[in-house]
Every structure is written in C-alpha cells, then in structure tokens.
Write a protein that binds this ligand. Structure first.
Ligand SMILES: Nc1ncnc2c1ncn2[C@@H]1O[C@H](COP(=O)(O)OP(=O)(O)OP(=O)(O)O)[C@@H](O)[C@H]1O
Length: 445
C-alpha cells in the first residue's frame, strides 16, 4: 500500500516551493489510491511554534490538500531516544567532544592542505578515561552516526540512478550537546514506523538521503523509494526560504479572488514536460501526473504566469461554481452578469468592478454630443436584447457614415465611462434601456 508524507518544520510560513513538494506527495498518494501523511517536524523546539503549525494546516486546507493521517515529532521523543540507544548498542552512534571551534579549526587545516573538510573521526579513538575526563569537566558529547564508507546507491524516481560516496561525507551528527535531535534520526524512525513507501522531497535532501539509507538499515528498516525533485525558485532565479517569507502561500491567499486551483495547476505542471493548464479540479491534474516528467533543473515560479492560469480558470468557470465565491466578495449579480464579465476577469474580485459598469453609477464620457444624440435616437425600440447591439450599430453606421473604432469606441465610453471592458453586445441588455438613455444624455446612472 503506497504511503507518502509531507514533513514541514513549523519554523515559518509555507512558500510555493514547500507546497509544490506537498502537492507532489498528495497527488502521488491519490493516484496510487494510497495514504498521505502530514508530519510536523518540530524537533527544533526553539524555532517551532504552534502558530506556524496552524498556518501550515490552514494553507494546505485552503489549497484543497487533505491528509489521511497526521502527527508531530515532538510527541515521539521517547521513540527517538530508544532508537538512539539501539544505534549506540550497535556501536554506530558515538560520542564526540569537539567544540564548534575545534571543528572549525580542523576544517580550515584540512582545506589548507587541499583535503575535503570531512570529519576525521578522532572521537572514535578516545579511550574511556579520556571520555570520563571530558565528562568530569562538565562537557557534554554530541553524537555522530558512523557511516559505512561504502557508496550508497538508489534509483531515484526523479533523478534516475544516484550514488553517494559515504566516504566523502562527515559522519552526521544525530544528537546535539544539549541532547536535542537533529532532523535525521527522527525522520528515519518515523518513516520506518509509519511504513512510508515513497519519500518525495526537494533535492536539498539528496546527500542526506545517502546517510539516511544507512540509518534505515541500521534500525532494521528498509529504505523507501526516493524522488528528489529540483527545488522551485523565484522568477528571478532566487532561492525561496520559509524564514524570509518569500512567495508565501498565506500572502497569495490574501489576494482577493485568486483561486487555489490556479496555484495547484501551475505548481503541478511547471518544470515538467507537460504544458501548464488551468485545471478546475484535482482529477484533471491527476490524469497526466507522473514524477518521471519532472525536469532536473529548477522550475521558476512566476506571478504573471499564475495570473494567466487564474484568468483561464475563471473564464471557464460555470456560474454555480462561481456563485458562492462571488457572494463572499459581495459581487454576486446573477448568472447573466457573470456570463458577461467572466471573459474579462483576471481575479474573481475584478467581477465587482466590471459589475459596476452594469449597475452604475457610471459617469459617461461624452466627447461628441451630436453623436450621443444620434445614438439615443437610433436606439432600437422596446426592451433591449442580445440582438440590439448589432441592430443599433448598423442603424448608426447608416445614419452617420461612421465605421470601426469611430463607431464603437464613443458608444463604449458613453455607456460605461471606460475604454475597455466586457462585450458591449452582452452589456447593453444588462444595462437596460433606462440607464442607456440616461448615460447617453450625460447623466451619471
Ligand atoms: N524551493 C523548494 N522547492 C521545492 N521543495 C522545497 C523547496 N524548499 C523546501 N522544499 C521542500 O519542502 C519540504 C519541507 O521543508 P522544510 O520545512 O524543511 O522547509 P524549507 O523551506 O526547506 O525550510 P527553511 O527555509 O526553514 O530552511 C521538504 O521536503 C523540502 O525539500
């Protein structure tokens, strides 16, 4: 049974990059009929907050990403302690007493000698007496996992064959001096105990995966299948970070009338071999979804492209879907108005502005009073309908000899006060005879 997880740390607000990873996991689970787990990686108790955690859940929910299971790492410290004891008993987790300064000095020396700055494992040679001496001084150890020194290889769902030389990595620190856990061990143990089958995450974790695979095995588990996708970057190629708050989902939520499905559609498709499309629902995205289609170079997230996808989505949106959203914005003017303004929308909030052209009050722009008078005179009799615009403009053409822009633009300006907007043929009957005549007479109506 396929089981995947999205594991953000609640140390900031989700940005579009994090969400892209969340979406891939969610879609992967949905496509396989599997389970999607939301795991809150809050082992860093100093920087993690409940407010950020709530924000993550709210952002995902707004996007339409629901989870089947959820838990927090801070509820499982006793399990991590037990796993650490297992590793210690196997001689795979060893205490180190170097200070940050000691390690810095070693690294500088190695680099000055043209060697890679890999931890030299000096702590493995410490005698019991030396360790006891450090402890007596009040020093606390940090703990490193002993890598095998062999290459670790896997077939990555995105990157193909990957080989990590563990001999060129420092043994990773799993536990800090203060006894707190870094991300690595809790993540592996949780993946084992939650029976995660596939890990889909950013390529910032690829090297880490090499070490983690050895920890999976050391804890008696089996490493899941990995997929490391290229990180999403901003339109300018810049890195996204939770801490700087760049391209945060919460900010996009605040843009009135931006559709969550526009964000989903764009994030699921940029940087793949498929074109970006505006999908009205997840089912549409799922059809062509395949991690194998992901490019290995970073995809760029462009606000302008998001606007275009949002507009496309709105242009195809039926009234019954739009109605509740319009009601929230106070912009529900009925189906006919929706049909009229829909092709001109960039965001749903624009519907409000366009509806004013119909409801008024509009301050007409009358540059040629004679033409306004002729227009009033030739307005078709009776109630205006879908044919009125062409009947009217044909009559005006004949009467005045005008054509093209000269014929149409003054009418638009007189009736709406704007140089652009929805189709006049559609607007005319919605504005209605009364208001049309008032506006042609120069009245704000
Ligand atoms: N730019 C990005 N594009 C795609 N996925 C990303 C990006 N940045 C982070 N991720 C993924 O989001 C998931 C959650 O990551 P995490 O909570 O550590 O966020 P982060 O943005 O890397 O954090 P921070 O900015 O605090 O370092 C991870 O799987 C990570 O690989």
């Amino acid at each position: 049974m396929t089981k995947v997880r999205f594991a953000p740390s609640p140390t900031g607000k989700l940005h579009v990059g994090n969400v892209r990873t969340a979406i891939f996991n969610y879609l992967f689970a949905r496509k396989a009929g599997g389970t999607f787990v939301l795991r809150i990686d809050d082992t860093d108790v100093e920087r993690s907050t409940k407010a950020y955690e709530d924000g993550i859940r709210a952002d995902l929910t707004w996007l339409g990403i629901s989870w089947d299971e959820t838990f927090k790492q801070s509820d499982r410290f006793d399990r991590y302690e037990a796993a650490a004891e297992t590793l210690k008993a196997k001689g795979l987790l060893y205490p180190c007493y170097e200070t940050g300064e000691d390690l810095d000095r070693k690294r500088r020396l190695q680099m000055a000698n043209g060697r890679p700055p890999v931890y030299d494992r000096a702590a493995l040679d410490l005698t019991d007496a030396e360790k006891a001496g450090f402890e007596a001084e009040g020093r606390k150890p940090h703990w490193r996992f002993k890598l095998s020194g062999n290459p670790v290889q896997w077939d990555d769902m995105v990157r193909g064959h990957v080989s990590i030389e563990t001999s060129s990595l420092s043994d990773p620190i799993l536990i800090r001096e203060d006894g707190s856990f870094l991300y690595t061990l809790p993540s592996v143990l949780d993946d084992i105990e939650s029976e995660i089958t596939h890990i889909i995450r950013g390529e910032d974790h690829t090297t880490n995966s090499g070490a983690q695979i050895e920890i999976f095995e050391a804890l008696g588990g089996k490493a899941p299948i990995f997929g490391h996708q290229a990180l999403l970057v901003g339109a300018d190629g810049g890195k996204l970070s939770k801490r700087t708050g760049s391209l945060g989902i919460a900010d996009l939520r605040d843009v009135d009338g931006l559709e969550p499905m526009a964000i989903m559609s764009l994030l699921a498709r940029i940087g793949t071999s498929d074109p970006v499309e505006a999908f009205a629902d997840v089912e549409g995205i799922l059809e062509g979804f395949d991690l194998g289609k992901l490019s290995r170079s970073p995809a760029r997230f462009d606000d302008e492209e998001l606007k275009r996808v949002n507009a496309k989505l709105l242009h195809a949106m039926p009234y019954d879907v739009a109605q509740p959203k319009l009601a929230v914005l106070g912009a529900d003017k009925g189906e006919a108005v929706w049909e009229a303004v829909r092709p001109n929308l960039e965001t749903l909030a624009d519907a409000k502005a366009w509806a004013v052209l119909i409801d008024g009050p509009v301050t007409p722009v009358i540059e040629e009073p004679d033409y306004a008078a002729a227009a009033a005179q030739h307005l078709p009799a009776g109630e205006l309908d879908g044919d009125s615009w062409s009947v009217w403009t044909n009559a005006l053409k004949e009467a005045t000899g005008r054509k093209g822009k000269q014929l149409f633009m003054p009418l638009r300006l007189m009736l709406t006060g704007e140089a652009r907007g929805p189709e006049m043929a559609v607007l005319l009957p919605l504005i209605g005879r009364d208001k049309v005549l008032k506006r042609l007479a120069g009245e704000a109506a």
